[in-house]
Ligand binder design. Structure first.
Ligand SMILES: Nc1ncnc2c1ncn2[C@@H]1O[C@H](COP(=O)(O)OP(=O)(O)O)[C@@H](O)[C@H]1O
Ligand SMILES: [Mg+2]
Length: 369
């Protein structure tokens, strides 16, 4: 028996000429909170619908608990889905909405009552059983939709942007509640969102999707600190991107020629002369008035933005590109307009293969070394 409860192997989905999901491999562990994160149109809903069995893959295989999803009808599967539009029955009470799945399965009435009450208490809606959906707020309706799915005790719950219609404050609160529920019930959640902060807050692991492809599957801190691609680096959190060419390698440290000078980053498996992308988070950028001896790009302090505990700094490089840095508020900083040296600890930069040769396209016929 595999340690994975949901397994996608080489899954493709093609609509006409639109290749929506491309050779996807995804293995989800039992009890895990896994998030599919990506911008609108990248294929998240299509992937979820295939796992639910509402869509058939054009090729590849999907297994739930080791069994091909096609082997069972949707209603026989241990998989339930919660949609962004709550899809509650408007003319049924909250009790009847939540009880629906159990009634279909002909569960005895006393047990239905007991389980509905348990669910109502779990989603903190005790006393709402006789109301109708129209008498609830958005957040309450979404909790009913979640209760209605959870009452079936699915092994896997698929959630497609379930908090998308809620305002920010309620969304934050529901994020924590959902995460708490998931851990308490020990149900595998496959959660879809385009909101990177939501993904970082809730997930055990995040699968970052991009144009039908999963770029990286990893725990949130790994995604943030060691993004596998430029897309992941720029999609999750803020970052500074430098495109360049490796001019020297000493051990793991690569010296890279970028437009404004020379910088360094650590990386394995790179070769001299290779085009690379470097990503450095704003909080890892350091800048000084004096040249401190290691590498540094000269720039001019453009402005500071005070945002409470941190000071956001913009530094303009000679080619006009801006570097975003952060300092703790209260620290002494160079004045606006002063020349500074921008640098970082070599281990704080992420070195990536520049597969689309951005730098090559920009510098095509220019001598760079
Ligand atoms: N039934 C369908 N027929 C044709 N194209 C579809 C269908 N469903 C989705 N698509 C297309 O597949 C792409 C991915 O859609 P979707 O999975 O809904 O993305 P996401 O949920 O990430 O926003 C989009 O270009 C969309 O237009
Ligand atoms: Mg979608």
């Amino acid at each position: 028996m595999s340690e994975y409860i949901v397994e996608l192997d080489h899954v493709n989905k093609i609509y006409g000429t639109n290749h929506v999901v491309k050779d996807m491999n995804l293995h989800v562990k039992a009890g895990e909170f896994l998030t599919l994160l990506g911008s609108s149109g990248c294929g998240k809903t299509t992937t979820l619908r295939m796992i639910a069995g509402f869509e058939i893959p054009s090729s590849g295989s999907i297994r739930v608990e080791g069994e091909s999803i096609e082997a069972r009808q949707p209603f026989e599967r241990d998989v339930n889905t919660v949609f962004q539009t709550y899809a509650l029955f408007p003319h049924k009470t909250i009790f009847d909405n939540i009880a629906y799945g159990l009634r279909m399965k002909k569960v005895p009435k006393p047990e239905i009552r007991e389980r509905v009450e348990e669910m109502l208490s779990m989603v903190q809606l005790e006393g709402f059983e006789d109301r109708y959906p129209a008498q609830l707020s958005g957040g309450q309706k979404q909790r009913v939709a979640i209760a209605r799915a959870l009452i079936n005790r699915p092994k896997v719950l698929l959630l497609d942007e379930p908090l998308g219609a809620l305002d920010l404050k309620l969304r934050k609160q529901m994020q924590l509640e959902l995460k708490r529920l998931q851990k308490k019930l020990n149900i595998t959640f496959i959660y879809v969102t385009h909101d990177q902060e939501e993904a970082l807050t809730m997930s055990d692991r995040i699968a970052v999707m991009h144009d039908g492809i999963i770029d990286q599957v990893a725990v949130p801190s790994e995604i943030y600190e060691h993004p596998a691609t430029k897309f992941v680096a720029t999609f999750i959190g803020e970052t500074n991107i430098f495109e360049g060419c490796i001019v020297e390698i000493a051990g793991r440290t690569c010296e890279v020629a970028v437009e404004n000078g020379f910088v360094q980053a650590n990386g394995d498996g790179f070769s001299n002369g290779e085009f690379v992308t470097i990503s450095v988070r704003p909080e890892k950028i350091r800048f000084y008035k004096d040249d401190i001896g290691s590498f540094g790009l000269q720039g001019i302090v453009k402005d500071y933005i005070y945002v409470g505990s941190v000071l956001k700094c913009n530094i303009v490089l000679p080619n006009g590109n801006e570097v975003r840095a952060e300092r703790l508020s209260g620290e002494e900083v160079p004045k606006v307009g002063e020349v500074v040296y921008v640098t970082w600890d070599v281990g704080d930069a992420v070195l990536l293969h520049n597969s689309d040769n951005t730098i090559y396209n920009a510098l095509n016929n220019m001598p760079i070394v």
